[in-house]
Design a protein around this ligand. Structure first.
Ligand code: PLP
Length: 392
């Protein structure tokens, strides 16, 4: 593919690998490519590199290094937490929300078909969740409460610390999918009061294909991937050393960039959002304005299909998305926006812009320059335009 200037606003889908991360990984492809389980020096000293990375990701989430298990991705971490809780408790009821990522949604729907009972907690119209609902939903047969820390489509933040207190009081295991939060929110597993927490490296400027599951010390655990004795017998499979090292480096950089994300990136996001909302009629923001990740903006453009907007943006090298990357290509409107009460038509007209520490003012200016014209053009062409109040 030819190299081309890209205006990238899809950082909740995936992020660019940081140059420092790539550099840190290189030796583990080129010279240090042994198997960490080997008895001879060429392999076994690699466990030191894995341990160093474990310490770095543990620092990012304020856990002990031994509480971190490396996995292949955020999805595996989520699936593992749910599977383990059901197996170790022997209970058959799960509590989650109506706006989770498909990693939890599709697994719990599968479990439902297999006879497990799942409560999907509703959200408020601004995407927030009332923690008292969790207390009301807990039953003697509840195996696990699993709630995301921040939503990938809207950026809305859930009250994990409050839910943690409720779960501890009730003696119920608690998992949070924190995949969207590193570098954007502080992650302190002690404060959050969670038993399990999932992360995925490709959301924090490391490669795809590596994640982690935090398992609180002494929490009963049943491995999901069974085989060899890697990861202290909690996740089998030869360790992906270069990716683990890259994840460690990315965690270190991510911790250092939180301040920037909350100031510079947030300012850029706000300028983009305000610019769109003020210049383009019949637009509105989805999700609570304040209880939100600093990098995410989800906007409805009434009377047009997001897919058409994204196609025209693509011609200008702007990458944005409608909803989750994992559901792109499926025809249904976003289940997240649907749960927030948007009509299917409004949900289908919604675009997510997500920024990162690599987003520049020039990126934002490019979108603000072209988007009003794109929307005006589409509104004159769209069949949905019939419903436009100016045409009635
Ligand atoms: N959970 C959330 C909230 C996500 O946004 C994603 C990825 O989009 C995942 C889980 C899945 O992570 P992975 O792509 O590493 O499997």
């Amino acid at each position: 593919m030819e190299e081309r200037r890209v205006y990238y606003f899809d950082n909740n889908a995936t992020t660019a690998v940081a140059p420092e991360v790539f550099e840190a990984m290189k030796p583990y492809f080129q010279t240090e490519w042994g198997n960490p389980s080997s008895a001879y020096f060429f392999g076994h000293h690699l466990s030191g590199a894995i341990q160093e990375a474990r310490e770095k990701v543990a620092a990012l989430i304020h856990s002990e290094p031994r509480e971190v298990v490396f996995t292949s991705c955020g999805t595996e971490s989520d699936n593992t937490a749910v599977f383990s809780a059901l197996e170790t408790t022997g209970k058959r009821h799960l509590i989650t929300s109506a706006v989770e990522h498909s990693a939890i949604m599709n697994q719990t729907q599968f479990l439902k078909r297999k006879g497990y009972d799942v409560t999907y907690l509703p959200v408020n119209p601004d995407g927030t969740l009332d923690p008292s609902q969790v207390a009301a939903a807990i039953r003697p047969d509840t195996a696990l409460v699993s709630l995301m820390y921040a939503n990938n489509e809207t950026g809305v933040i859930f009250p994990i610390e409050e839910v943690g207190k409720i779960c501890r009081k009730a003696g119920v295991l608690f998992h949070t999918d924190a995949v969207q939060t590193p570098g954007k929110l502080e992650i302190d597993v002690q404060k959050l009061g969670v038993d399990f927490l999932s992360l995925s490296a490709h959301k924090l400027h490391a490669p795809k294909g590596i994640g982690l599951l935090y398992i609180k010390h002494r929490t009963p655990f049943q491995p999901y991937v069974m085989g060899g004795h890697q990861e202290n017998k909690r996740r089998a499979g030869t360790e992906n050393v270069p990716y683990i090292v890259g994840f460690g480096k990315a965690a270190e950089l991510s911790l250092a960039s939180i301040k920037e994300e909350k100031t510079r990136v947030k300012e850029l996001r706000d300028r983009l959002e305000q610019g769109i909302l003020s210049a383009i009629p019949y637009t509105h923001l989805n999700g609570n304005k304040d209880l939100r990740l600093p990098n995410t903006s989800n906007i409805t453009f009434s009377y047009i299909e997001a897919e058409a907007i994204l196609m025209l943006l693509d011609q200008l090298a702007v990458c944005a998305s409608s909803g989750s990357a994992c559901t792109t290509g499926s025809l249904g409107a976003s289940h997240v926006l649907n749960a927030m009460g948007l009509s299917p038509m409004e949900a289908r007209g919604s675009v997510r812009f997500s920024l990162s520490r690599y987003t520049t003012a020039e990126d934002v200016d490019h979108v603000l320059k072209h988007l009003p014209g794109i929307i005006a053009r589409l509104r004159t062409m769209s069949p949905l335009n019939e419903m436009h109040p100016d045409n009635v």
